[in-house]
Structures are given as structure tokens and as C-alpha cells.
Design a protein around this ligand. Structure first.
Ligand code: UDP
Length: 464
């Protein structure tokens, strides 16, 4: 019998894309890989063993590399320091093996696009004679802040008397608007070092990519000048929600937890237009029991319908009486352990996104035109919240109690009302949200600023 062998197509360039192995990093880098594949390059995602099975996309190939903790990654070691060191050693070794494995094939790897948290990947690329560039997963504003710390223009720790901090293109920032640990840098030494290391070998990179777009942050990028000549290629949100040019691209294609989409969608179907608050604190934030209680009762008191993502590991922090109420009366609210956030945000019933202001969530809220209530907890979330409220004017931000540093239920109610009540402020926010939705779509659509930036990269790679 004649066996028909599948013959691999020859591509004009092969990019290996290397994300940091967490949900908020895999999503945008995988999306970029899909975008590159849709433009005719071969794209391979190189990801750690334990995230391998969570990634599925018909457009990209997925290959394993090692961070040295193949069964559980960071959860196995629980030390940023050890994890990053191990990832550097084992990641460099296994990325090299991956590049070598493809060398003699029809599609040798010609470029490495790596998470800016992993600058060692550029050394690997250069040692193997190929091109490379980092992908920044934060906003340009956050990058500008860390770039100035790296360059010595901003000295740590930042104190009250150093504020407002003025950075070209960025509005004056107070402590509450700046990445949280900058006033106590010793509290997260490994994390801070990682953020500063992003700039350590930038001069050797062939390109720099940033998940933002011209109309959103051009002033910040202009302010950074030659220090950061980034290609703005965002928003890296699945195509179905923006330009629709990648067939069937309705989700990122990566989920580290099992989503309960069907239940959520059915429940949302029963609710009127713009009546539901969707709440998520992303994949990493862990609230205190008191914060969970205040948010729970705030939601209840607001009278709004709500769909709240509470990971299984956090569920025990919900007040029992609130859980009982929600279970007895599913009419009012639904609590799920994980869902396809984009699908929920895109639903006509969802009128507000109560968010921790992670950068992906922020871009998703902007791209889908959903007004936001920011409840930032740490790191870059505080800066994103500042922009959501004061620069793009697409939402409000909860005020935290001066003493406890926490949000209380009255403030939750106040903020939800402000966004949902159809009053002057609410209408203004909705109008702005609609404007940014259009601008996000325009950026990534054919001929838009991000689309052109991606095309330039693809063309230069095809020429190599
Ligand atoms: N997300 C999701 N389902 C959920 C909650 C979050 O798919 O139930 C996704 C969300 O769409 C986003 C990512 O998880 O793309 C979280 O990234 P973000 O930068 O907002 O926050 P992080 O998790 O990194 O703090």
C-alpha cells in the first residue's frame, strides 16, 4: 500500500516564541505567534513542560523547553530567585537544543521572540547566529518607569517627597499610581531584578515588541525616544473580537485552568443588556479574606447582577452567608472558578468589568469597550488603574481605606453605581469605552498602526 507522507511546507521564516509560563504572559505571546503565522511565517511556541498540554492552536506548533521544574514549575519551588535562575540555565540549554533540532530541517528557526522577563533568550539566539527580540507584556508607561530606574534617573526607594514623579509622556504619578513595591524595593528583590534585567541587553536586540498601540500610548513611547525603539503591535487579543482576519480565532488557545464557559454563557443569556458586573482578579492575585468579604457584600448591596471568577484556591475566603445566598438565588449572581474572560466581556449583558487591572485584562476591557472599575492590588496594576481612570477615562478606581489599605463595601457600591447608573459620568465613560474599542480595532486591522508594524517585521524576516 502506498503510504502518503505528509510533506512539511517550506516557510520563508520560522519564529520561535518564548513566553514566561503564566497565563498573563502566555496569552499575548501566543496571540502574537498566531498573528505571525496568519501572515505566512512558521511560528512555534516554546513552553515549559507543565504548560504544554494547556496550549492548543491549529496555527502554531508547540514544543517543550525546560525551566528545571518540569512537573509544576514555579509552584514546585515557590522561590522567584531559584525559579528564575533555574529557568535561565535549563531554558538556555533546551532552547539551544530546540534551535539545533530544526537546523537541518526545511524550516530552520530564524528568530526568537522572547518574553522580556527572559533576556537570556537573546544570548541563546545570538550564540546560534539567529535574530531575536523581546516582547514586553506591560504597558509602555510601566516600561518607561522601570527603564528610568534602570537608567538611574529614578532612584529607589521612591518616597512620598519624590512625588509626583514626572516622566515624559506620562501624567504626574503619585505613590499610589506607581508599581507598588518601588517604595519598598527590598520586599520583592527577585521580581525587581527581573523587571530591571529587561533592559540589560536591549541594545543587542534586533527588534523590540510591545503589547500596546500607537493611539493608546504614543506620547509615552515618544517620551522614551531612542532608548526604547519598540514596535507597538497590540492589542494582542484574539482576532474575532477585533479585525476578524484570523479564521476561528475566538480564544487565546491557552488555559491553565478549566473554563466553565457554557454555564456562564447560559446564565448571561437570561440577563438584560449591560446589567451584569463581571469580576476577575486575574491569574495571580490573592485577596485577603477581609477584601473578599467587602467585595462580596459590596456586590450584594449594589443590587447589580454579577459574574465573579473566584479560583478554587480562594473560594474558602468568601463569607458563608454570601455563598449560601448566591447558591440559593442563582438569579442574582454566579461564581465560577475560571471562564473564557473575553467571551464574557463581549457578551451584551455585561456592562462593567471590576478588574485588578492586569495589563491583559486592561487591554481586553479597552478592546471590547467595557467600562471598568479598577481594584489594583500591586505591581503594574496601579499604573494601569491610573491610566484607566485619568488618561483613557474608561472607568473609575476604588479608593482604599487610609488605615487598612483595603477597599470597603460602600466604596464598591459607589464605584459600581458610578459606572452603571446611566448618569453623566457613566455615559461619559461608556462613550470613551466605545471610542477606545474602535481605536483598538483600527490599530490591528489591515493598514492600522500595529498591523503595519507587524508587517514590517514579517517582511524583514522573510528577507533573511
Ligand atoms: N482570564 C481568563 N479567565 C478568567 C480570568 C482571567 O481567561 O476567568 C485571562 C484574561 O483574559 C487575561 C489573563 O487571564 O488574558 C490574565 O492576565 P492579566 O494580565 O490581566 O492578569 P495576571 O493574571 O497576569 O495578573
Amino acid at each position: 500500500m502506498l503510504k502518503i507522507m505528509e510533506v512539511e511546507k517550506k516557510y520563508e521564516g520560522h519564529v520561535v516564541v518564548l513566553p514566561y509560563p503564566s497565563q498573563g504572559h502566555i496569552n499575548p505571546l501566543l496571540q502574537f505567534a498566531k498573528r505571525l503565522a496568519s501572515k505566512g511565517l512558521k511560528a512555534t511556541i516554546a513552553t515549559t513542560h507543565y504548560t504544554l498540554s494547556s496550549i492548543t492552536s491549529p496555527l502554531v506548533t508547540v514544543e517543550p523547553i525546560s525551566d528545571g521544574f518540569d512537573d509544576g514549575g514555579f509552584a514546585q519551588v515557590r522561590s522567584e530567585e531559584l525559579f528564575l535562575e533555574s529557568f535561565k540555565t535549563n531554558g538556555s540549554r533546551t532552547l539551544t537544543q530546540l534551535i539545533k533540532k530544526h537546523q537541518a530541517t526545511k524550516n530552520p528557526i530564524t528568530c526568537v521572540v522572547y518574553d522580556s522577563f527572559l533576556p537570556w533568550a537573546l544570548d541563546v539566539a545570538k550564540e546560534n547566529g539567529i535574530l531575536g527580540g523581546p516582547f514586553f507584556t506591560n504597558s509602555a508607561a510601566v516600561t518607561a518607569i522601570f527603564s528610568r530606574i534602570h537608567g538611574g534617573e529614578l532612584k529607589l526607594p521612591l518616597r512620598l517627597e519624590d512625588c509626583p514623579v514626572v516622566i515624559p509622556g506620562v501624567p504626574p504619578m503619585n505613590l499610589e499610581d506607581l508599581p507598588s513595591f518601588l517604595n519598598a524595593p527590598e520586599s520583592y528583590p527577585a521580581y525587581l531584578r527581573m523587571k530591571l534585567n529587561q533592559f540589560s541587553n536591549l541594545d543587542k536586540a534586533d527588534w523590540i515588541f510591545s503589547n500596546t498601540f500607537q493611539s493608546l500610548e504614543h506620547e509615552v513611547v515618544k517620551g522614551m525616544g531612542k532608548q526604547w525603539p519598540a514596535k507597538l503591535i497590540g492589542p494582542m487579543v484574539p482576532s474575532a473580537y477585533l479585525d476578524g482576519r484570523i479564521e476561528g480565532d475566538k480564544g487565546y488557545g491557552a488555559s491553565l485552568w478549566k473554563p466553565l464557559d457554557e454555564d456562564c454563557a447560559k446564565w448571561l443569556e437570561t440577563k438584560p443588556s449591560n446589567s451584569v458586573v463581571y469580576i476577575s482578579f486575574g491569574s495571580m492575585v490573592s485577596l485577603t479574606q477581609q477584601e473578599m468579604e467587602e467585595i462580596a457584600w459590596g456586590l450584594q448591596d449594589s443590587g447589580c447582577y454579577f459574574l465573579w471568577v473566584v479560583k478554587d484556591s480562594e473560594r474558602h475566603k468568601l463569607p458563608k452567608a454570601f455563598l449560601d445566598l448566591t447558591t440559593q438565588n442563582q438569579e442574582k449572581g454566579m461564581i465560577v472558578s475560571w471562564c473564557n474572560q473575553l467571551e464574557m466581556l463581549a457578551h451584551d449583558s455585561v456592562g462593567c468589568f471590576l478588574t485588578h487591572c492586569g495589563w491583559n485584562s486592561t487591554l481586553e476591557g479597552l478592546s471590547l469597550g467595557v467600562p471598568m472599575v479598577g481594584v489594583p492590588k500591586w505591581a503594574d496594576q496601579l499604573t494601569d488603574a491610573k491610566f484607566i481612570k485619568d488618561v483613557w477615562c474608561v472607568g473609575v478606581r476604588v479608593k482604599v481605606d487610609n488605615v487598612t489599605g483595603m477597599v470597603n463595601r460602600e466604596e464598591v457600591v459607589l464605584c459600581l453605581n458610578e459606572v452603571m447608573d446611566e448618569g453623566k459620568r457613566s455615559l461619559e465613560i461608556k462613550k470613551n469605552a466605545g471610542k477606545w474599542k474602535e481605536l483598538a480595532k483600527e490599530a490591528i486591522s489591515e493598514g492600522g498602526s500595529s498591523d503595519r508594524a507587524i508587517d514590517e517585521f514579517v517582511m524583514s524576516l522573510k528577507g533573511t
